[in-house]
Design a protein around this ligand. Structure first.
Ligand code: ADP
Length: 256
């Protein structure tokens, strides 16, 4: 693999919370066009790693490069503007707003808290933004298969479609790298199948993907490359077919 094709390079990244080393000298490379998965037991540091990449936390040590540019220390909105989008482990949609409005929130405000979002929704600049991006939102909702539900209140959507709406909101920023934190959590088997197909379709648009996932059938179907972490450190990496037979991985995670 050539470094020129690197979308994300996290080198030796470390994050401590008091005495706890949540992420410990972790190396992660995501190459152009890849779908990579981050797997490991609960509390092993997966979400913290995503929070470091997206600037929610600053690394204590190590470097993070996105398309060859260092991004450690930048604010989350700057990182989002550079082309890294994400979804969260716990669903973050505004139930009383429509599908369209929720998707629109990706436009520059994707990482904001709900209070910021409410301010934006009620401001004049928000209304200008609506005019500017209606077409983009329509295109993304069409792409993810939610255009028929555009005017529906988000709370009326089945859970699986709410999760897809969050992905739509992330896609509004036109990312080069999409980080998905447990996208299949809580979904039924039909919803998982829809999600899997959507992730492949997104990837075919040239968007690289790094996902945290506990459902091994999803990892097996999607991931070109898998990182296994335990206690904040990488214990194995490789194709799913290889790492699933690795005794160290079975002992730490898969055998449970
Ligand atoms: P995973 O996503 O693999 O379940 P996390 O990254 O959420 O793991 O957590 C890794 C470790 O860091 C856990 O022990 C967790 O309790 C701790 N941790 C995560 N975020 C914080 C925080 N903001 N403050 C203190 N400890 C945290």
């Amino acid at each position: 693999k050539n470094d020129d094709n690197l979308v994300l390079k996290a080198e030796c990244i470390t994050k401590r919370f008091g005495g706890l080393v949540a992420v410990d000298k972790l190396n992660i490379n995501v190459y152009d066009g890849q779908i990579c998965a981050l797997i490991g037991p609960n509390g092993s540091g997966k979400t913290t790693a995503i929070n470091l990449i997206t600037g929610i936390y600053n690394v204590d040590e190590g470097i993070i490069e996105f398309l060859g540019q260092p991004i450690q220390g930048l604010m989350p909105h700057s990182i989002s503007w550079m082309g890294i989008a994400r979804t969260f482990q716990n669903i973050r949609i505004l139930g009383s707003q429509t599908v369209f409005e929720n998707a629109l929130l990706g436009k520059g405000y994707g990482n904001g808290g709900a209070s910021i979002i409410h301010t934006v929704l009620n401001s004049a600049s928000y209304r200008r933004e609506v005019v500017a991006s209606t077409k983009e939102v329509d295109e993304v909702l069409d792409f993810v298969g939610l255009s028929d539900l555009s005017n529906e209140k988000a709370c009326n959507l089945p859970y699986g479609k709410q999760r897809i709406l969050e992905i739509a909101r992330a896609l509004i920023t036109k990312p080069k790298l999409l980080l998905l934190d447990e996208p299949a959590a809580g979904l039924n088997s039909q919803e998982i199948q829809d999600l899997t197909e959507l992730v492949k379709k997104i990837n075919k648009q040239g968007i690289s993907i790094l996902l945290i996932e506990h459902r091994m059938e999803v990892v097996g179907k999607l991931a070109d490359w898998v990182f296994v972490i335990n206690h904040g450190s990488k214990i194995a990496e490789g194709t799913f077919d290889v790492i699933k037979k690795n005794p160290v991985v079975i002992e730490a995670y898969l055998g449970r």
